[in-house]
Design a protein around this ligand. Structure first.
Ligand SMILES: [Zn+2]
Ligand SMILES: [Zn+2]
Length: 314
C-alpha cells in the first residue's frame, strides 16, 4: 500500500466515499503541511459528524508519523485470513455509525467466524448513554439478528470504570454479556496516577475479560515503572490485554507487545471500529510476530477460553 492508498483508506474509514477520498488526496498533494493540518483546515465541515472529524484527526497523527506510516503501509495489503474474528466493534447503539446488521454483513465479507459487538456504556458521563435498559434491548436485538446469520455474534460491552472503582452496570446486568471489555477513558481530572489506579482496579475486577487500550490516559513511563505490578495482576487475574488496531494507537501497541514479549500474557486484537470500513484495520495485526496461542482471535471458540479464565478467578 502506498501513501495515497493509506490516505484514502483513512478517509473512507471516516465515512468519505472512495471517490471523494481520491479527490481529497489530490488536493492534499498540493497542500504544504501535514495531514493533521490539512484535516483541521480543509475538512472540518466536510465530515458527517464532529465525532468522525475528531477520529480522522487522530488517524492523521498516525499518517504524519513517517515510521508508523511506513509500517502500516508494509502490512496493510496482507491478508489476515487466519484471524477468526474481530473482538472490539461499536455500532450505532453507542457512538458507532453503522447498524448491527451492517457490521455483521461486513464481517461476513471478511470471512470471519465471529465478531464481538462491544458498544460503550458511558452511562455516568452522559456522553453516549447506553444505560442498562438499552443494553438489555441490544442483547435482544442481537439475538434476533443472530437467527439470520451463521457467523457468531458475541454480545459484548466496553464498560467504563467510574471514579469510585464501580463499573457502569450492576452485576445483574453485566452477567448478560458474553464478553466484557474494561476501559479507562477518563482520569476524572486527577491525572495519570488516578488513571493507573483505575487500571489496577479493572485488572482485579472479576467481570472484566479484556482490558482495552491498556495505556489509555497512562503514559509509557508510569506504565513501564509499574511493569512488575501490571504483569502480576494480569497473570493472577487471568486478564487479556488488547492490541487496539486503531492507527493512532499503533505506537502504544508496539510498546505493549515489546514489554510483554517474554511473558505468557494473552492478547486480543480489536479494531475498535466505529464505522464498518474501520474493520479493515484488522490487517494491521500483521505488524507483530506473536505466537498464535497467545492471541484470542486465533481460537475458534474464544468464549470457551474466556469462560475457562473466568472460572479460574471465581
Ligand atoms: Zn475505548
Ligand atoms: Zn471502543
Amino acid at each position: 500500500m502506498n501513501d495515497e492508498e493509506l490516505f484514502v483508506l483513512l478517509l473512507e474509514a471516516s465515512c468519505f466515499s472512495q471517490e471523494e477520498s481520491i479527490y481529497i488526496y489530490e488536493n492534499f498533494k498540493n497542500f504544504r503541511g501535514s495531514m493533521a493540518e490539512f484535516v483541521e483546515q480543509k475538512l472540518s465541515n466536510k465530515c458527517q459528524t464532529p465525532f468522525l472529524f475528531s477520529t480522522l484527526k487522530k488517524f492523521a497523527t498516525a499518517y504524519d508519523d513517517l515510521s508508523i506510516r511506513k509500517s502500516i503501509e508494509s502490512v496493510a495489503d496482507r491478508n489476515c485470513n487466519s484471524i477468526k474474528g474481530d473482538l472490539h466493534i461499536h455500532t450505532n447503539w453507542s457512538d458507532g455509525n453503522d447498524s448491527v446488521e451492517e457490521i455483521v454483513e461486513t464481517a461476513k465479507t471478511m470471512g470471519y467466524q465471529y465478531i464481538a459487538i462491544t458498544d460503550h456504556s458511558l452511562v455516568a458521563k452522559g456522553k453516549v448513554e447506553m444505560n442498562e435498559e438499552k443494553f438489555m434491548r441490544q442483547i435482544k436485538k442481537i439475538n434476533d439478528v443472530q437467527k439470520f446469520y451463521d457467523i457468531k455474534i458475541i454480545k459484548g460491552i466496553e464498560i467504563d470504570i467510574n471514579i469510585d472503582n464501580s463499573l457502569d452496570y450492576s452485576d445483574e446486568i453485566i452477567k448478560n454479556a458474553d464478553l466484557v471489555i474494561g476501559s479507562v477513558h477518563f482520569d476524572y481530572g486527577y491525572g495519570e496516577a488516578k488513571a493507573f489506579k483505575l487500571l489496577e482496579e479493572l485488572l482485579k475486577n472479576e467481570w472484566i475479560d479484556i482490558i482495552a487500550h491498556p495505556l489509555n490516559e497512562i503514559g509509557k513511563e508510569l506504565f513501564l515503572g509499574n511493569y512488575e505490578k501490571i504483569l502480576y495482576l494480569t497473570e493472577q487475574n487471568h486478564k487479556i490485554l488488547e492490541i487496539n488496531l486503531s492507527p493512532n494507537r499503533i505506537e502504544e501497541d508496539d510498546f505493549l507487545v515489546k514489554i510483554f514479549n517474554d511473558s505468557n500474557i494473552m492478547f486480543s486484537f480489536g479494531t475498535d471500529s466505529h464505522t464498518k470500513k474501520q474493520m479493515k484495520f484488522m490487517n494491521f495485526s500483521n505488524l507483530w510476530n506473536i505466537s498464535r496461542d497467545r492471541i484470542l482471535n486465533y481460537y475458534d471458540e474464544p468464549l470457551k477460553i474466556l469462560n475457562r479464565r473466568r472460572q479460574m478467578i471465581l
